[in-house]
Design a protein around this ligand. Structure first.
Ligand code: DAH
Length: 347
């Protein structure tokens, strides 16, 4: 084969190979380029044959060699550009966005039912001008018991055994110590003290469907001049109706708490059977919701409050109990297990 034909053949075969290169052959194309146009490539090899040609043929073929080199160089460049576009196109196809696909569902959380219940109660009291006061979960025996009229040897302490940090420091067994702390702080020359205090409390107890060693209460306290049992009753009726329905009635039964005198247990008329008797109210028509009473004069005096001038009422309710009644929850443990199937029912 003469040199001219070989050149033509090299050009043709290279172009043919190039035409088949896609973005998946970037490497092969690189190799081909070196093979054909490289320093030791086919074209250089053919160039060596020039010296054997006649004087009149040499410039002709020489020119042809250059032409082939130019043609192939730009052919490689063009193909490289094309391959780059192909690669981008392929990437785009892989990542293509199908706008008709349904959107991804985001799982929206919701407030825990206890927080929700607490906030509902807070809103009612805020509306009546109460302040919300935070207490300490780790409390002194002094505030938890003594200031609540439960001295060291008082038998009523047995009902509220706790987790002791030291002999004098414990996990509070109720939110009542906040009453003492609030009274200590309050300036009665500026008006009555009206406060609620929600929070976590602790007791040495065995956990079951209705008991937990940790639970939540809301304490309430009003101290001022001429505060009477009628104020307590009106307040409790209002909260009961707001929480359990406008038609609710309440009933006070005599009870005993060391920090109130007189003390009462408060029942609300059953919202399920309207008082006829059902499983919720255990066939009595009434459901116990909280303890309350008129603040014991000694409790006032321990805060330096003149009990002949001032009087007060207090109440304490269990948040879990209110929520369980309101939403028909029958196992207290559901509140603490963090199972989303529980939480999602209260969206
Ligand atoms: N502290 C009581 C308890 O945990 C609840 C209670 C009853 C609070 C009567 C009060 C009250 O303020 O007046 O069992």
């Amino acid at each position: 084969m003469d040199l001219q034909t070989q050149l033509e053949e090299l050009k043709r075969s290279t172009q043919e190979k190039l035409a088949q290169m896609t973005h998946e052959h970037a490497r092969d194309m690189q190799d081909l380029r070196v093979q054909v146009l490289g320093k030791k490539g086919s074209l250089t090899e053919l160039l060596k044959g020039l010296k054997d040609l006649s004087n009149d043929l040499r410039p002709v073929i020489g020119k042809q060699v250059n032409e082939v080199r130019d043609v192939l160089t730009s052919a490689f460049e063009e193909r490289a550009k094309l391959i780059e576009e192909m690669a981008i196109q392929a990437q785009l196809e892989k990542e293509s966005l199908d706008v008709t696909l349904p959107g991804r569902q985001f799982k929206l959380g919701n407030r825990h039912i206890l927080s929700q219940t607490c906030q509902d109660i807070e809103d009612i009291f805020l509306g009546m001008g109460y302040q919300i006061i935070d207490g300490f979960e780790v409390e002194k025996d002094y505030y938890n018991f003594e200031r609540m009229n439960l001295p060291k040897d008082h038998p009523a302490r047995d009902m509220q055994d706790s987790f002791y940090i030291t002999e004098e420091i414990l996990l509070r067994t109720h939110t009542s110590p906040v009453e003492a702390r609030a009274m200590d702080q309050h300036d009665f020359s500026k008006g009555p003290l009206k406060m609620i205090s929600p929070g976590r409390v602790f007791r040495r107890d065995t956990d079951d469907a209705t008991h937990s060693h940790q639970f939540h209460q809301i304490e309430g306290l009003v101290v001022g001049e001429n505060i009477s049992m009628a104020d307590l009753k009106g307040t409790l009726l209002l909260i009961s109706q707001k929480m359990f329905g406008e038609d609710r009635k309440i009933r006070l039964r005599p009870s005993y708490f060391p920090f109130t005198e007189p003390s009462v247990e408060v029942d609300v008329s059953c919202f399920k059977c309207e008082g006829k008797g059902c499983s919720v109210c255990k066939k009595t028509g009434w459901i116990e919701i909280l303890g309350a009473g008129m603040t014991h004069p000694s409790v006032l005096e321990m805060s330096g409050i003149d009990s002949s001038k001032y009087s007060g009422f207090a109440f304490g309710m269990g948040q879990e109990r209110i929520a369980m009644l309101r939403y028909g929850i029958n196992d207290i443990r559901g509140f603490y297990q963090g199972d989303s199937r529980f939480s999602e029912q209260f969206k």
